[in-house]
Design a protein around this ligand. Structure first.
Ligand SMILES: Nc1nc2c(c(=O)[nH]1)N[C@H]1C(S)=C(S)[C@@H](COP(=O)(O)OP(=O)(O)OC[C@H]3O[C@@H](n4cnc5c(N)ncnc54)[C@H](O)[C@@H]3O)O[C@H]1N2
Ligand code: MOO
Length: 387
């Protein structure tokens, strides 16, 4: 059995062959850049007005209005001292402009502009290059393209970017007791829910499940199912059948498919019997069947691999240190991820923590991590992982 840190390190140290592709800016959201992007020009590339109002030259109480400039006007315009031009937000500033005055602070009469405020030099002018300088590095490879990143890339005039391809992910659930939701069930059967939870967790973080299937606890069916799916996948997720029971065939079936074990069993709760292996550039996680174990293992161990495979510079979920809203005692030696809810800067640990229960995870939005037995009073700062 290895520690959580050792398991995370093993995932982090995997050499991964990544592929890249050129995508339209419209389709780039959620990918990680494989190229560096530098600014091809100063941004903004010309001095422009931050307000609707008047560009004025010199500092006076009144000016002669000599013209108008609208946003998008590309002509060269110039002011003499004592002159003003009507100007609109985003329009190019005429040369010799001292400041822009908001129209609310002025009165206009017979082409004479009266100013009701003390003008300070440079006010309401957005200077060339004050957001980005020509040649400045905007994004390093590995940057996750967010909506704001898409906006910034577009404002640099780029309509295509080179990104890392996402892994092809497939899911196999195993277990004789499982039947699909929607069918009527008999005593002794339960509804298969892990593959649905895993698929939606994939989607939530920008990944796709290409295919999923269910296989009964039959060694040769599990072995041939793994062979077929592994062949087509970059990352294969299995659920169930990875513990020590007589019908837990997954580990042996992986071995017989040429998968090399990188770790099996982590000193953690839930998700102790997690398996991680690889075959060439393909990775396999066999997740414990208990629903909360399978999803917790996804958040803590699978997600960082998927992110690294996709070229991410930073992996894992956001962590916070915030006060707990109630006292709590935890007795077991195994480091634990507890289902919890973060609200107004405090965190509450939820009831129904068993690995077999998904209810508290469905009600929560976080995991509280304790690295061993703890007795914490209300208000104690605890480590929280947002899920
Ligand atoms: N003798 C031991 N027994 C168990 C140990 C152990 O160390 N020694 N570990 C326990 C722990 S911890 C876990 S976690 C589970 C993991 O077992 P498996 O990965 O082999 O999972 P299964 O036995 O197939 O199923 C466990 C549980 O989860 C339900 N399940 C399975 N798949 C799904 C699914 N797709 N959707 C919903 N629910 C699912 C299944 O019915 C079982 O109730 O082993 C312990 N045992
Ligand atoms: O590790 Mo198991 O996931 O505790 O139930």
């Amino acid at each position: 059995m290895i520690s959580i840190e050792q398991a995370l390190k093993i995932v982090e140290q995997q050499e991964i062959e990544r592929k890249t592709s050129d995508v339209d800016l419209d389709d780039s959201h959620g990918f990680y850049l494989s190229e560096k992007i530098s600014s091809p020009f100063d941004l903004p590339s010309f001095d422009n007005s931050a307000m609707d109002g008047y560009a004025v030259s010199g500092i006076y109480d009144y000016y002669e209005i000599v013209g108008e400039i609208a946003a998008g006007d590309t002509s060269e315009k110039s002011l003499q001292s004592g002159e003003a031009m009507r100007i609109f937000t985003g329009a190019k500033i005429p040369s010799n402009t001292t400041a822009v005055v908001m129209q609310e602070r002025t009165n206009e009469e017979d082409s004479v502009l009266h100013v009701d405020e003390r003008i300070s030099e440079g006010q309401h002018i957005r200077r060339q290059g004050n957001e980005l300088a020509l040649g400045e590095t905007v994004f390093a490879p590995g940057h996750l393209i967010s909506p704001a990143s898409v906006g910034l890339i577009g404002s640099l005039g780029l309509n295509r970017v080179t990104v890392f391809k996402k892994p092809d992910v497939r899911i196999i659930s195993t277990g004789n007791e499982l039947i699909p939701p929607g069918e009527s069930k008999s005593e002794g059967q339960i509804y298969e829910s892990n593959s649905y939870a895993l698929q939606s967790a994939l989607n939530r973080f920008g990944f796709e499940c290409r295919e999923k299937t269910h296989i009964k606890d039959d060694f040769s069916a599990v072995k041939s199912g793994i062979a077929e799916y592994l062949d087509r996948s970059d990352v294969l997720l299995l659920s169930g059948g990875i513990s020590v029971g007589d019908y837990d065939f997954v580990k042996q079936a992986l071995e017989e498919n040429g998968v090399t074990q990188l770790f099996y069993k982590i000193f953690q709760k839930p998700g102790k019997p997690l398996y991680f292996g690889r075959k060439e550039n393909k990775f396999v996680f066999a997740l414990p069947g208990n629903p909360a174990s399978s999803l917790t293992c996804f958040y803590i161990h699978v997600l960082p691999l998927l992110q690294r495979f996709s070229g991410a510079a930073e992996t894992g979920l956001q962590r916070l240190s915030i006060p707990i809203s109630h006292e709590f005692e935890y007795g077991s030696e195994r480091p634990i991820f507890l289902k919890a809810h973060v609200d107004n800067q405090t965190v509450s640990i939820l009831n129904r923590q068993s690995s077999s229960m998904i209810h508290s995870m469905a009600m929560g939005n976080a995991l509280v991590f304790f690295d061993g037995p703890k007795s914490v009073p209300e208000g104690e700062i605890v480590e929280v992982i947002l899920i």
